[in-house]
Each structure stands twice: as C-alpha cells, then as structure tokens.
Design a protein around this ligand. Structure first.
Ligand SMILES: NC(=O)c1ccc[n+]([C@@H]2O[C@H](COP(=O)([O-])OP(=O)(O)OC[C@H]3O[C@@H](n4cnc5c(N)ncnc54)[C@H](OP(=O)(O)O)[C@@H]3O)[C@@H](O)[C@H]2O)c1
Length: 334
C-alpha cells in the first residue's frame, strides 16, 4: 500500500510517499481502508519533535532517540471503511463507515490501518461516521472536537456564561466556538484578520483581531478562557478571567505549570493544562450533534495523500482556517 513514511525528525521533507506492506488484521482488529485523514498543528509539532521540554524528551524516548522508529507513519485521526475484520470482532462488519483516532501508534497517513475493534485508551477510538459528513469532514472531528468538548465540560459551562477562545480560527478553536454557542454561552473568538468572517459565520458573538487590538487591557471578564496558543502572554491574558473561572491551555510548557501553581495559591482562578482522555461516548456525542446540525467541521483545504508534505508546509504558515484534510482513497484507486 502507499503511505507517507516519517523518515526523520525535521522539516516537511522528511515525509516521504512510499510503498509499504499492507497490514493484516489480528483476531481482535479491523482493517480499515482510510479515505481521509488530517494535518493538525500537533502533527507538525510531532514531525519536528518541537514540543515543550517536558513532552519532547519522553516522546523522543518513546518514538525513537535519533529517528522515529516506533511510529513510522504519522496521522492521528481518520475516516474510512472497514475492509476486513478479525475472527473475534463483532462490533463492526465489512463496509461499515468509521471515524476515529489511531492512538499512540499513529499511522493514518496510509491507505490502510489495522485497529483494535475495542481499543484501550492508548489505542485510540473508533465509532460509526456521521452520516451527513464527507470522509474529509469526518476525519477532522475526533482530536480537535474531543479536545474542545473536554475543556467545555471540565469548566461546566452554563448558558449565558462568557467564553473567550484564543486561537479560535484553528482546529480546536472552530469546534470550541460552535460547541460553546450550542451550550448557550456568549463567545468571543480571538484570531488574525482573515479568520474573523469565518468565526462570525460559525457563531462567534464577538471577534477580536489580535494583530490589531491589545485586548488584554479591555477590562472584560470571562468565565472560561480556552487558549490554544499559550506562550509568554498567558499571565497577561489571565487578567481577563473571572475569579473562580477556568483557563485551559492546549499547549503548555514548564513556565505555565509554575504559573498555574502560583495562580492557585494567590487567587481562585484555575489555570489548567490538560487534554481530552478520548472516550468513545464523547465521539458519539459529537457525531449526534453533527447529525442534528449543531456542529460542522470547518475544512480549509484538502490535499491528496502524496502531497501530505505540502499540506504540512501550509499548516505551518498559520493561514489555515479550521482544518486541513488529506484525501486518501479516491486518487489512489481511480
Ligand atoms: N488539534 C488537536 O486536537 C490538539 C489536541 C491537543 C493539543 N493540541 C495543541 O493545541 C495547539 C493548538 O492546536 P490547533 O490544532 O487548534 O492549532 P491551529 O489549528 O494551528 O490553530 C491555532 C490558531 O491560533 C491562531 N493564533 C496564533 N497566534 C495567535 C495569537 N497570539 N492570538 C490569537 N490567535 C493566534 C492561529 O492563527 P494565525 O497563525 O493566523 O494567527 C490559528 O488560527 C497546538 O499546539 C497543538 O499541539 C491540539
């Protein structure tokens, strides 16, 4: 089968379109013909292994000290069709259309993948794909959708509460905007100029252009802040959080851990660094919202599998609105 092999840590050039062995399912696995996958900011960070220090060292130990040996193929989420099932599999049958995450083995940048039909948390999640989405749209849901849902649930968001989403125009942000609006919150999205119309279109009540406005001095007070950007300005942005409010960081370093500790000692604000534990029930919850018309993934561009390196280059420009999808099957089977 064709796959994008992750040959080294580094620039998008390390992603090479190659022929590799087609996997064969074990008794407890399904063989999925992948129709679409995605390129996320997280995939680019993994490819470069440019992660916060507290993550990059354990990740390098796990994936391979000098090159990524244990994870030969990147791609953390997918949508596709079951092509074969192992003897013990009763949950799915040939032809079922599924979507999900691949767990710590990654491997979605490929024509086929074998996944355990009833995976443990480290092995990803599988669920039946929403009926009203294309494969490309469905592939973009699991990782960012679950992350956004996790933050909103942890904060126990209530109708009419005020939410600020920093980096609202990207993968997590576009799900967070729609989910927070669905829960009845008043949503302000912060991102760069070109993304603001899209943010209004998906329901943001207010938008802020961070390239033109120093909003941290606005005096506004939010019940929940979801910050997917992080960096040095977190302490300044915390001024915008109400006492007892939650501030979630999707990308954090050691300094943020220390800041969170300090904030917990000196105020009732809560600075949280966590990620979704990826539960099947939550993915099904998102699927049901999608099928009810309350949530729709934003897709900026689709690339064919062989241009995955190009898709990584585009993801790193910071220009993408929502998500980038990779179309796997049609080009290769046409
Ligand atoms: N996607 C996931 O499922 C997931 C899960 C766990 C953790 N994470 C981590 O969370 C982080 C964000 O992920 P993502 O996939 O949502 O990234 P993304 O799609 O790249 O979105 C980030 C957004 O932030 C905007 N931005 C950059 N600087 C900003 C600033 N100073 N103020 C406001 N907005 C700014 C970017 O737009 P401009 O560049 O145009 O400004 C972009 O629209 C990544 O580090 C990732 O590793 C992601």
């Amino acid at each position: 089968m064709k796959a994008i092999v992750w040959t080294k840590y580094g620039s998008p050039d390390v992603l090479q379109f190659q022929e590799v062995a087609k996997p064969v399912p074990q008794d407890n696995e399904v063989l999925i013909k992948i129709k679409a996958t995605t390129v996320t900011a997280g995939d680019c960070e993994m490819r470069r292994l440019q992660l916060p220090l507290m993550l990059s060292f354990p990740m390098r130990l796990y994936a391979g000290l000098l090159k990524p040996k244990r994870i030969p193929i990147l791609g953390q989420e997918f949508a596709g069709k079951v092509e074969a099932v192992g003897k013990q599999v009763t949950a799915y049958k040939i032809g079922d259309q599924l979507f999900g995450t691949t767990g710590f083995g990654f491997g979605a940048y490929a024509e086929y993948i074998c996944l355990v039909a009833k995976p443990s948390p480290m092995q990803g999640i599988l669920a039946v794909k929403p009926t009203n989405l294309s494969y490309e749209e469905a592939a973009a849901v699991p990782t960012a959708g679950l992350e956004a849902l996790h933050f909103l649930r942890k904060a126990n968001l209530q109708p009419d509460q005020k939410v600020l989403i920093i980096g609202a125009g990207g993968s997590i942000g576009t799900f967070a905007v729609q989910l927070a609006r669905h829960l009845g919150a008043e949503v302000t999205g912060v991102d760069s100029t070109e993304k603001l119309d899209m943010l209004r279109a998906i329901g943001a009540n207010h938008v802020i252009d961070y390239t033109k406005e120093e909003y941290t001095n606005s005096g506004a007070a939010y019940d929940l802040i979801i910050d997917v950007v992080g960096g040095r300005r977190v302490a300044r942005r915390l001024k915008l959080l109400q006492q007892d409010g939650y501030y979630f960081l999707a990308y954090a370093g050691l300094s943020h851990l220390l800041l969170g500790w300090w904030i917990s000692l000196t105020s009732s604000k809560k600075l949280k660094i966590e990620s979704s534990s990826q539960k099947k029930a939550d993915l099904i919850f998102l699927k049901e919202l999608i099928e009810a018309g309350a949530l729709k993934p934003v897709i900026d561009r689709c690339y064919p599998l062989e241009q995955t390196a190009e898709a990584h280059r585009f993801a790193e420009t910071g220009q993408k609105k929502g998500n980038i999808a990779i179309t796997v099957a049609p080009l290769l089977t046409a």
